[in-house]
Ligand binder design. Structure first.
Ligand code: CAA
Length: 258
């Protein structure tokens, strides 16, 4: 399907969804978020796809919610219609791994959307920030919640209250991003990471994602119980048979279709 504000690239078992509103710094408007939800659900359900990459352009992942679109909103336009809540969080329902690949700016809602990915890979030129305070609002897509959980309270408060941006090195140091690559080879390297995951059994990848996310929603004891159910269930799957046989037979496992 063709999208107005997204570009889709297929790379075997990896699909790249690219935010694409170049004239507006990929500002996230309703249409783009509706399209993103549609694309994410489509590829999550596609048996040919094991991993989804969400990215933007070389200059910008996304510069936040669309300020031009919301500048004249009143409370009556936001609360009853559940602005943000209505279409920004489809990504949280995706069961396959979603890697956020950030080149350039990830600001405001752009940083919040990035934080909803499973993990982030950044270019050495990436910049992250929550400058909502400068336009007179609080973050609205989880910035005050996910940022402190990810980088700690002090750094999060600093970023949220001063609107200062952090660069890729600081983002990596604080755990916001997992790896940094040179801007020139970012997508190549990100695809290599995605392909490594895509060659693993997708059902196990989904279970690991589900279990890790549980860690943020429950107690440690309950989380470990949750994990153990997946571990026990794995013994009823072809992936466990293939993975362990391949190890003992000293060959590469083939998890095709698992
Ligand atoms: N919404 C709408 N349009 C935006 C935008 C946004 N968030 N960010 C940039 N644009 C537009 C600019 O208005 C400009 O449009 P025109 O060419 O028509 O004037 C175009 O994109 C290019 O932007 P700049 O000229 O500003 O480019 P720059 O390279 O000088 O600066 C930038 C880039 C640092 C990203 C700067 O554009 C910027 O600071 N953007 C706003 C960031 C921001 O405040 N984000 C938070 C939004 S609120 C939010 O996200 C709420 C939430 O939590 C959900």
């Amino acid at each position: 399907m063709e999208y107005a504000d997204l570009l889709i690239e297929n790379h075997g078992k990896v699909v790249v969804i690219r935010l694409n509103r170049p004239k507006a710094m990929n500002a996230l408007n309703d249409n783009m978020m509706n399209e993103l939800g549609h694309a994410l659900y489509q590829y999550d359900a596609d048996p040919a796809v094991n991993v989804i990459i969400l990215t933007g352009s070389e200059k910008v992942f996304a510069a936040g919610a669309d300020i031009a679109a919301m500048a004249n909103y009143t409370y009556a336009d936001t609360y009853p219609g559940n602005y943000i809540g209505r279409n920004w969080e489809h990504i949280l329902n995706v069961r396959k791994p979603v890697i956020g690949v950030v080149a350039g700016y990830a600001l405001g809602g752009g940083c919040e959307l990035a934080m909803m990915c499973d993990f982030l890979i950044a270019s050495d030129k990436a910049k992250f920030g929550q400058p909502e305070i400068k336009v007179g609002v609080t973050p609205g897509a989880g910035g005050t919640q996910r940022l402190p959980r990810t980088i700690g309270k002090s750094k999060a408060m600093d970023m949220l209250l001063t609107s200062r941006m952090i660069d890729a090195l600081e983002a990596e140091r604080t755990g916001l991003v997992s790896r940094i690559f040179p801007a020139e080879t970012l997508m190549e390297e990100a695809l290599a990471v995605a392909n490594t995951i895509a060659e693993m059994p997708v059902t196990v990848a989904m279970a690991i994602k589900d279990s890790v996310n549980r860690a943020f929603e429950t107690t440690l004891t309950e989380g470990v119980r949750y994990e153990r159910r997946f571990f026990h269930a794995a013994f009823g799957t072809p992936a466990q048979k293939e993975g362990m046989s391949a190890f003992l037979e000293k060959r590469k496992a083939n998890f095709e279709g698992m």
